[in-house]
Design a protein around this ligand. Structure first.
Ligand code: ATP
Length: 361
């Protein structure tokens, strides 16, 4: 037993919400820096981060969120965590909604008592500590952090301390990265959650703690019906972990989603007893994106070269190359000397004109 136990405050109740703990309909999202640097979604900005996403996750699901760097995984998790405001209409005027436990993910503050969100930013900022904000690198013992919360769930606290191998006398300023990460996970999970959003938080955990944590999360969803979404690039120990998979492609669209049992390639790898199924699937999808991007680049280059061939008077490349002669009748055909002059600009050789004149003489 570690420290005091106090009766937890009753949590705000969540009205019945049907089978889906997470329900996203037609979500499109764009970052826009507001006047104070805040991020707002706007239909005017063409650079969409997430486009027309739908996601339904039944209560008690464990969903792996897969995608390349920059595909929008953290953005999606932050939206579900209520960190970003989204619009109720998409840019084309179709209704859009992001619901967690049947409530608006951004507006309904009741969710904060039932939803846990852990990301890699922790430790970079301040947390509430005895009514004030102190840096997590300060000289604080773990037992004094979020004291009331720890005391409200003594059994859970002890279970987590044991699993994560945390000593309550650890002082934050003396911890390694992995130890600080364990404390983050401890404080984030000590209150029983209905929804857990994990954004690559197992980096820097040693292999035993990571495996124990993954198994503990399975028990949380199987025994308590907690719904978990986990975004990661590390697939060790995850082959049998997830019930669902959501693949976000590099255009911020859904590449694949569904139950693991419905993913043919997964079932095939399972039948073959493949040693790293999730890694193989993620690599397959992400390599496909890389190859498509390369093919598109080559196509664009080829189109650029073709434009030069079609307009031999403009061999200079660069911005607007080949676009100057929009109306051929309005542009006078350049004389031989002018053409040579343009070439010389490109080559940085003003002697070309002289050479032409000398040859002409
Ligand atoms: N606060 C922000 N303001 C503007 N653009 C942002 C912001 N945060 C992320 N982005 C952009 O949104 C896109 C998606 O970023 P996000 O962090 O969601 O990707 P990710 O899939 O989590 O990537 P990673 O795997 O590298 O963590 C990227 O192009 C990124 O540059």
């Amino acid at each position: 037993m570690n420290g005091e136990a106090t009766k937890p405050k009753p949590l705000p109740t969540i009205p019945p919400y049907g089978p889906n703990a997470i329900d996203i309909q037609n979500l499109t999202f764009t970052y826009l820096a507001g006047a104070n640097g805040s991020s707002l979604s706007t239909p005017e900005d063409a650079n969409l981060v997430l486009e027309k996403l739908n996601l339904n996750l039944g209560t008690g699901s464990r969903c792996l969120l897969i995608g390349a760097n920059g595909s929008g995984k953290s953005t999606l998790l932050r939206i579900l965590a209520g960190r970003h405001l989204t619009k109720s209409m998409d840019p084309e005027g179709n209704p859009s909604a992001t619901k967690v436990l049947g409530l608006n993910a951004f507006h309904d503050t009741r969710l904060n008592f039932h939803r846990a969100y852990l990301d890699c930013d922790w430790g970079m900022r301040n947390v509430a500590f005895v009514g004030a904000a102190v840096p997590l690198m300060a000289d604080i013992p773990v037992r004094n952090m979020m004291q009331k919360l720890q005391a409200s769930y003594p059994e859970r606290r002890d279970e987590l301390l044991d699993m994560l191998g945390i000593d309550l006398d650890w002082r934050m300023h003396q911890l390694s990265d992995g130890q600080r990460r364990r404390v983050q996970i401890f404080l984030g999970l000590v209150r029983p959650f209905q929804i857990l959003l994990l954004d690559e938080i197992t980096t820097s955990l040693d292999v035993c703690v990571r495996q124990d944590l993954l198994r503990w999360l399975v028990r949380e969803s199987d025994n308590r019906g907690a719904t978990i979404i986990y975004a990661t690039h590390i697939f060790d120990g995850l082959d049998e972990w997830a019930t669902h998979l959501y693949y976000l492609n590099n255009r911020g669209q859904c590449g694949w989603q569904g139950k693991m049992q419905d993913l043919d390639v997964y079932q095939k790898l399972k039948a073959e007893a493949h040693p790293c199924k999730m890694l193989a699937i993620a690599e397959h999808w992400l390599r496909q994106e890389i190859n498509e991007a390369k093919a598109n680049n080559q196509k664009e280059k080829a189109q650029g070269a073709l434009a030069h061939q079609l307009d031999p008077t403009d061999n200079q490349g660069g911005f607007g190359s080949g676009r100057l002669k929009i109306n051929p009748t309005a542009v006078e055909e350049p004389k031989q000397e002018q053409r040579q002059g343009r070439l010389s600009d490109m080559m940085g050789n003003s002697g070309v004109l002289d050479k032409v004149r000398r040859v002409g003489n």
